[in-house]
Write a protein that binds this ligand. Structure first.
Ligand SMILES: [Zn+2]
Length: 568
């Protein structure tokens, strides 16, 4: 049996067959049945979660003509018309998938855009799907942008990405976005059960549970693993065989490890590690099983009623829950998770595994952990969690790079630029600022210094955080008074660097005086206000989008995710 048989056979061909993505299915289904179409869709989510599948169903929905050839756009594609069968069989001329992971350049995108000018071959729409869209080069994105902005009537775009953070905001703002969620292990398990029953494959509950977890939220992975496990187990799915195939660790062995650690018995713990090595378990599998057990132990300690009484694993967790204190469970969990990253750094992963576990024993048991008095007023975490920070190396004080006083060919400016200036953004001017024009003057100067790279590190920080509260021209040299809240920033060294940069930039002698206090109007605040203003404008634009309005109006739970809108 090929390892792709089940994954392909049970790939959803209709929205109603998609498992665990009800929120996306409902929103798309309603939009389709009401004919509310967007010209670009973005599906986000981890790999193997259904982004391509939902894209194909969408393409069929848009192009389906029904069994009798008279159907229109539908949320329930028939699966038998020419469009549906061609898309299902991967031979539709109207549905094109481009994998940006391997075709990321401008040439591929130009080719795609050229194809966009032709009318659909059989369907109503051409649907271009760009998978892993965040991998397109910047040039490719820019080439795509114009078509994305004003696509021909017959063209729909579907972008899919595992990493929306890397997409250009200008692209994001043109797409209707749907987030596909990783499936819970229970959801995966139930779906697997239905598939195995339909396939007449005998299985153990334990095997299902292992596969449900190993799939990490991806139904595609769950079905591929099930295929492999069936081949491995000669037609059946048995707990022991699946465990061996996955390199997974028996829960009882993880429980023995926890017992040894709780008893602070290093010898027993090392013996258990040796036994696991003998057994052929992967070190990473050991830490994973340990973390899973600890998670159930934490649940048993805090919400015991949430455990499944019929589940043997949960019963183990409940009986172990008294062996360690709650904060020790947290500490060990954290070490098990982070320890996995260390395993590959050592040639012998089992040596690395024993170090991770010995580290837990290096911490005194809960009762003996001294609470460092200076942490007490601010640190309410349990003692073991505080102990976590004890072995961390001290934060290094990175010295600010010195600003070199290289004379730049700056034209001598005899006068500070007059305020207000046309392009100065609106900003809240604090009432304690004696002269609002000073704030604008300071903003202009600092921005000019910054653009020229004339200030860096702490001097720049000082310039941005300070408010100019007075200029006394009657003194020689003139004195500029800056108000700064931070003691650190008022250090002479930072002041001298900023002063030197100002003298050079303005071509005027001046002396900076720093005074403590709340500065009111600062460059940093003006920048923040400008950012907020642009954000609000972008959000207003999205709120006004008719498609968004329809979605929000229709679904009680639909809302714009704060922070997901970014100004272009
Ligand atoms: Zn159809």
């Amino acid at each position: 049996m090929s390892s792709q048989v089940l994954a392909r056979k049970y790939r959803p061909r209709k929205f109603s067959e998609m498992v665990g993505q009800a929120h996306v299915v409902q929103a798309l289904g309603n939009a389709l049945s009401q004919g509310r179409l967007h010209h670009a869709y973005l599906f986000t989510g981890t790999r193997g979660i259904g982004k391509t599948t939902v894209s194909r169903i969408l393409a069929k929905s848009l192009n389906c003509t029904g069994p009798d050839g008279t159907g229109g756009i539908t949320a329930d594609p028939c699966g038998v018309c020419t469009s549906c069968t061609e898309i299902d069989a991967d031979r539709s001329l109207d549905y094109v998938e481009l994998d940006a992971a391997s075709n990321r350049g401008i040439d591929e995108v130009r080719d795609l855009i050229e194809r966009a000018t032709y009318k659909p071959a059989t369907g109503r729409f051409k649907v271009f799907m760009i998978d892993e869209a965040h991998q397109l080069t910047k040039d490719a994105f820019n080439a795509l942008l114009k078509t994305l902005e004003e696509p021909p009537e017959h063209l729909k775009f579907v972008l899919a990405t595992t990493d929306p953070e890397k997409m250009l905001p200008t692209v994001l703002s043109r797409c209707l976005q749907f987030n596909l969620r990783p499936m819970a292990p229970d959801t995966v398990r139930e779906h697997l059960r239905a598939v195995l029953v339909a396939e007449h494959v005998a299985f153990d509950e334990g095997a299902l549970r292992l596969l449900g977890r190993a799939a990490r939220g991806s139904m595609r992975d769950a079905l591929s693993l099930a295929d492999q496990a069936i081949a491995y187990g000669a037609g059946t799915l048995r707990d022991e065989a699946v465990r061996q195939m996955l390199g997974a660790v028996d829960r009882a062995r993880a429980a023995s490890l926890v017992q040894a650690l709780a008893a602070r018995d290093a010898k027993a713990m090392l013996a258990e590690v040796d036994a696991l090595r003998e057994h052929g378990a992967s070190a990473s599998g050991v830490l994973e099983e340990l973390a899973l057990l600890l998670q159930r132990m934490a649940v048993a300690q805090t919400v015991p009623e949430a455990l499944d009484a019929s589940d043997a694993d949960d019963a183990d967790a409940a009986s172990l829950a008294t062996a360690l204190a709650a904060d020790e469970v947290q500490l060990l969990y954290s070490m098990a998770l982070h320890g996995r990253a260390e395993l590959s750094l050592m040639s012998d992963e089992y040596a690395a595994l024993s170090m991770v576990l010995l580290r837990f024993l290096a911490f005194p048991s809960e009762a003996a952990v001294p609470v460092r008095p200076e942490l007490k007023p601010r640190d309410n975490r349990p003692p073991a969690a505080q102990a976590l920070r004890a072995p961390a190396p001290p934060a290094l004080a990175v010295p600010a790079p010195p600003v070199l006083a290289v004379p730049a060919p700056t034209p001598a400016v005899s006068r500070v630029p007059a305020a207000p200036l046309a392009n100065v953004p609106a900003a809240a001017v604090a009432p304690d600022s004696a002269d609002p024009a000073l704030g604008e003057r300071w903003f202009e100067i600092v921005k000019a210094l910054d653009q020229r790279g004339a200030i860096a590190a702490m001097a720049r920080e000082l310039a941005c955080s300070a408010g100019l509260v007075g200029v006394d021209d009657s003194r020689t040299p003139p004195v500029w008074r800056l108000r700064v809240a931070s003691d650190t920033l008022r250090a002479d060294a930072h002041r001298d660097r900023l002063q030197a940069a100002l003298v050079q930039h303005l071509g005027l002698p001046l002396r900076l005086e720093l005074e403590p206090g709340e500065p009111g109007d600062t460059v940093a605040r003006r920048d923040a206000a400008e950012k907020a203003r642009r954000q609000a404008a972008a959000e207003a634009l999205i709120q006004a989008d008719p498609v968004v309005q329809a979605l929000v109006g229709e679904f009680k739970t639909a809302r714009l995710v704060p922070g997901s809108i970014r100004p272009a």
